[in-house]
Design a protein around this ligand. Sequence first.
Ligand code: FAD
Ligand code: SIN
Length: 552
Amino acid sequence: MKNKSDYLVIGSGAAGLSFALRAAEKGTVTVITKKMRADSNTNYAQGGIASVFDPEDSFEAHIEDTLTGGVGLCFEDAVAMIVKEGPARIKDLENWGVSFTYKDGTNLDLGREGGHTRNRIVHAMDKTGKVVEQALLNTVKNHPSIRVLEHYSAVELITEHHLMIGGKTREDSIHCWGIYALNGITGKVDLFLARVTLLATGGCGEVYLHTSNPSIATGDGVAMAYRAGAAVANMEFMQFHPTTLYHPGGDSFLISEAVRGHGGILRNKKGRAFMKDYDSRAGLAPRDVVARAIDAEIKKSGDSCVYLDVTHLDSSDVRTRFPQINEKLLTLNIDMTREPIPVVPAAHYMCGGVLTDLKGRTTIKGLYATGEVACTGVHGANRLASNSLLEALVFSEKAHLSAGDYIDSHTIEIPDIPDWDDRGTFDQEEWVLISHDRKEIQRLMWDYVGIVRSDERLQRNLQRMELIAQQIEAYYKKTTVTPELLELRNLSCVASLITRSALFRKESRGLHYTTDYPKRDDSHWLGSTVIYRNRVTLQEFSVAITETLASG
Ligand code: FAD
Ligand code: SIN
């Protein structure tokens, strides 16, 4: 089956849906998404969206906090852009039907999270993501130019290289004309053609054994873009959220940073508030600092977790402010107003991703990337809480403007693309291999490329990842594709990219901490790690985007 539209959007989270709503004013839009339409990281966001609304706050302060959090690696132009456009994008969300929490009729209730020196987190109680996702889906549903197709997994981007059009080599500039996507219901791979393709596939928390992310977060966009020849940056900076619930029945449930912002205190098993031992900002230090402190406490004591204590706060206020967290904990017989919550860090957010410029353009012509899949330079070596939904909304708006110009100013001739060729493949019925490999990757990444790293662990992991990747590739070539196999192949690719980037950086900075080089080293490593066409280099972000985009 062949599908054609002006814009093809892969992913139905905040980045994809907000782009679709804007692009639909200019042309037809197809959104494909690999599970149900609401299955996304967006749907799980709790804390909110950082933006300057308080008269005591300022753009300068939000920029400064973001740059401090990013430990010298943020691209300042990108940071300034998201901060200054934040209030307008929040208003767009309200126009699309999002009801944020107000403290009175006119003033937004602004929460506080780690690394922010002011209260600036716009939120809908502790369910911001659900409320945003639902409002976007409702608005999209009524739009005549947008169709959303569920249970479609993007397999590969369609480019010259993929098609091997005569005479083209990898050194030529690459164009994207759409994707092959697997229909999870029929099992067939269909062709989706478009003048512009947006990657909005989100992050890759599933590459680790413990994660706050839902199971869709398998890094598909980064893997597809990398295989197609796009530049990928800063993959070593994987963010671990300090506080996910530690409970056999509650794996992957986040306890929002807003709980600490509201006065929650981190304690060890003996009840001691330990964060001041590590940082004067205590529980409101940036995430990398808090996650490492918890990791150290757990390793020192041999305990399985630490505790987040809100029992000293007004109980009815806690229940009102955190209804979703309270409800979830009660189902596990934990009353957060009476007992401390057991918590551990877990993989949460991919600060790296497909390299883009300020307009969301990647190194592949006609291919844009926004949201968690993209590396725009905003987060540097560590993302500040609640800056990611903001980044997704601002960059999707920029990308739609640029994509519209691209369509208007280019005659985009989509070549004759053949249907998916699955001759020579068959159903291997070896599903145990897929689930085993997935678990193995997750376990290895958790043990060897986690919160604390070393050269020895990274080297071991790389060797294993290379072997696993070879086996998966050989299996992929002879097997009828399934969603599980596609995810496994992508997880393996992303795991290698993270490990290679981590091995490359011989210092500790932000989220990348290695015992072999425990200090930050500005004289050698003040730059972004860019992996492009199999080469790893260190570049200043602004230089990386101009040079790689020009050569793309
Ligand atoms: P997503 O919302 O993850 O959407 C990705 C979409 O792509 C999904 O629809 C997925 O199914 C689809 N997809 C993926 N691969 C394929 C494929 N191969 N084919 C087809 N479709 C595909 N950030 C904040 O700013 N504030 C917060 O309070 C906050 N809280 C968070 C809490 C949790 C528990 C988590 C997990 C994250 C939180 N984040 C928060 C981070 C933030 O939610 C995400 O970074 C952001 O929502 C990403 O949006 P996105 O549109 O880029 O990706
Ligand atoms: C949280 O609510 O703690 C998550 C916020 C974020 O990841 O930005």
